[in-house]
Ligand binder design. Sequence first.
Ligand SMILES: *Cc1c(COP(=O)(O)O)cnc(C)c1O
Length: 426
Amino acid sequence: MEKVSEEERDKPPSRGGAAVLEVASEPQTERAEWDSWQWQLAHAVRKTEDLRQYLNLSPEEEAILRSVESVYPIMATPYYLSLIDPYDPNDPVRKQVIPSPEELGQHACEDPLDEEKDSPVPGLTHRYPDRVLVVVTNFCPVWCRHCTRKRLWKHHACKRAYTLRNLPAMLDYIRAHPEIRDVILSGGDPLTLPTPTLERILAQLRAIPHVEIIRIGSRVPVTLPQRLWDEQLLSVLDRYGPIWVNTHFNHPKEITPEAARAVDNLLRAGVPVNNQSVLLAGVNDDVRVMRELMTGLIRIKVRPYYLYHCDPAQGVMHFRTSLTKGLEIMEGLRGHVSGLAVPTYVVDAPGGAGKIPVMPNYMVSWAEDGVVLRNYEGILVKYNPKGNGMTGKTKPTSVSELLGTGGALVPEGNPRMERRKGRQAH
Ligand SMILES: *Cc1c(COP(=O)(O)O)cnc(C)c1O
């Protein structure tokens, strides 16, 4: 039943003529077509001029976009483009998918994470002791402007180096390394592979006794949720479990009924869904936006897993923020919203050093028999980790002196303390 083969997908899409006009505001297309992932892929926008149906672009803007497109092309599904407010130049979805002149003229690494140096066979990265990452396709339904593998876009002509051709060698490597218990399918977007191809890969991995879990890194729930309404695909994912999907929501606008349905289908197939966001300037570098994103995700039963600091990849530098911004966001989440909604903030360090967690500091002072901690409200608390919870002696001069003989120092007007006063009045 697969309608789009790998070769077909790499051909320019056959346009549906006037069928997609005004699709952004009000789909003129038949609902059934719009809801079909094959239709969405066949009508994906790959050229600046095709954006006219979705955005109001001046001729000057079009010229700029065309110059960027010649280096880093456009790719976007009608569904994902329809989330953009065409009148908002700073729309957070627009920033993730529409080229920006800032992408050009940057001086940075092509492969900041040294994925290729940690690659014993092409397409496979073995960095951590018990898990490997394998690139099984280069194809994505949406090409994110902040893509950390943007270097591969330029090698589109020689994409074979990164696709299924490498699969036999990658599988041999995994078979020969019994310490590998976790295989991450990455890309590109592995869920864009034809279902039988994906099934073949999963079956071969499952046949390796030491492979305990398979993860799939896919943005399909965000960019092409219709793919996960496909019963055939869902039954394959069900059959070859335990499979975990790590997806990539970056903004609350992306949490749509369509995305929720995609996630629900995965969960029904026994696939837990976790999220890896990237901290992006102008998209989500804001405490309120992040709270809305993370709490929105747990509402659709997606667990926030990582918040990545944006990698220093060429063509992506304009999305980078300070580490302070990330820490401010983490402080704004922990304690303020459900603990389930708090991801781990990580920097993927250069030279293949891998993901390193960074956290606000909650330990303010320490001594053998007592430490000073601070909570999310800014309250300083003495804590004796081995004792009875009361404080012992602390260092002669330290932050704990601020607390005097009391156990805590509370900022004025603390809402929780105000609530306690209300309680006493009863
Ligand atoms: C991120 C990553 C992993 C997985 O890391 P976890 O912390 O287990 O999620 C594995 N291999 C590579 C090369 C990675 O970049």
